[in-house]
Design a protein around this ligand. Structure first.
Ligand code: ZN
Ligand code: ZN
Length: 336
């Protein structure tokens, strides 16, 4: 089969790759499509996934083969699957940190979504695979994993009905976060430097404010001057922390949904201490959040309209990476 292979220094090559053998409890998928995630790009560019590697984890495919003992799925089923599954038993899992579980990252799709065939390990078949109803498009289902991460971020911000949240950056993650916070009952103000993304933020249900002065005035007026319960940063690195801090209330949260590429955070300890601020981050999700996200997408409670701006064949994945890095694409969807 063909796969788009990370070969080092951020380069991708379309190469032959062996079709994985299907073991007990496993599935072999014929790939239908896979979303390109910011984390794929970070792994590609940093070399964190040791080459040769096949990335891609927002996977939609048809079941081609089922391993011994698989009863939930049959050949021909259209499914969406995610890549990591925790052990459910260790200290991390029992303390609400499943994405820190040592088993979590060891379990992965084989070789990855940017290939013609993908083997789904047994734990993923059990906990991170969902049969897609006939009326739900592939692309909608492919947002299960990113939406799950956003739902986790909403929980980690401790958001309650009546809260006010500021979302910085209205790419696909920003737009999913806007909807997640709104489902939790929050009022969401949002901003982005790009007009097209501000339009997507409006569709997602945010009050989108282009000018900083307008955002600040709306924020102050809507919170009796307290400012935001949480400011969530999806784009930009450490440099945004002082900006975010200036817009969060005493006792509030600044939440990073971004890795920041090696940045160190500038924040006065005294400020953190006296104002009892919380700094937190989200980078992945649990099986429970995957289920929640899948159900919301199937019910149409979260819209992904307009978020996929480019559809490319496997051979043009590198072009997709460049489009996303240059912010010309909101989200790229790869079709083998
Ligand atoms: Zn992802
Ligand atoms: Zn665990």
């Amino acid at each position: 089969m063909k796969a788009s292979v990370s070969v080092g220094d951020g380069a991708l090559e379309l190469r032959d790759w062996p079709v994985p053998a299907t073991g007990p409890g496993e599935l072999l998928l014929r790939m239908r499509g896979c979303g390109l995630c910011g984390s794929d790009i970070a792994k590609l560019m940093s070399g964190r996934a040791a080459p040769p590697a096949v990335l891609g984890h927002e996977v939609v495919g048809d079941v081609l083969e089922t391993g011994a003992g698989v009863s939930r799925f049959a050949p021909g089923d259209r499914v969406v699957v995610a890549h990591h599954v925790p052990c459910f038993q260790c200290h991390y899992c029992r303390r609400g940190s499943p994405s820190m579980c040592r088993v979590f990252k060891r379990i992965n799709l084989d070789p990855g979504g940017f290939a013609e065939r993908v083997r789904v390990p047994a734990p993923n078949v059990e906990h991170a695979a969902f049969a897609i109803p006939a009326d739900v498009p592939d692309e909608t289902a492919s947002f299960t994993e990113p939406l799950a991460c956003c739902l986790r971020a909403v929980k980690r911000c401790g958001t309650e009905a009546g809260d006010t949240v500021v979302v910085v950056g209205l790419g696909s993650i920003g737009c999913l976060l806007v909807q997640g916070f709104r489902l939790a009952g929050a009022t969401v103000l949002a901003t982005d430097l790009l007009a097209e993304r501000r339009r997507l933020g409006l569709l997602a249900g945010a009050q989108v404010l282009e000018r900083e002065a307008d955002l600040d005035e709306t924020l102050r007026a809507g919170t009796d001057g307290r400012l935001a319960d949480a400011v969530v940063i999806t784009a930009g690195g450490a440099g945004l922390l002082p900006w975010a801090r200036a817009r969060v209330r005493d006792g509030g949260t600044v939440h990073y949904f971004a890795g920041g590429g090696g940045d160190t955070l500038p924040l006065a300890l005294e400020d953190l201490y006296h104002h009892e601020l919380t700094l937190s981050a989200t980078y992945s999700s649990s099986p429970a959040e995957l289920r929640e996200a899948f159900d919301l997408l199937v019910r149409g409670a979260v819209t992904v309209d307009g978020l996929i701006t480019h559809r490319l064949p496997l051979a043009r994945l590198a072009e997709g990476v460049a489009l996303m890095m240059q912010q010309q694409a909101v989200k790229v969807y790869v079709i083998p």
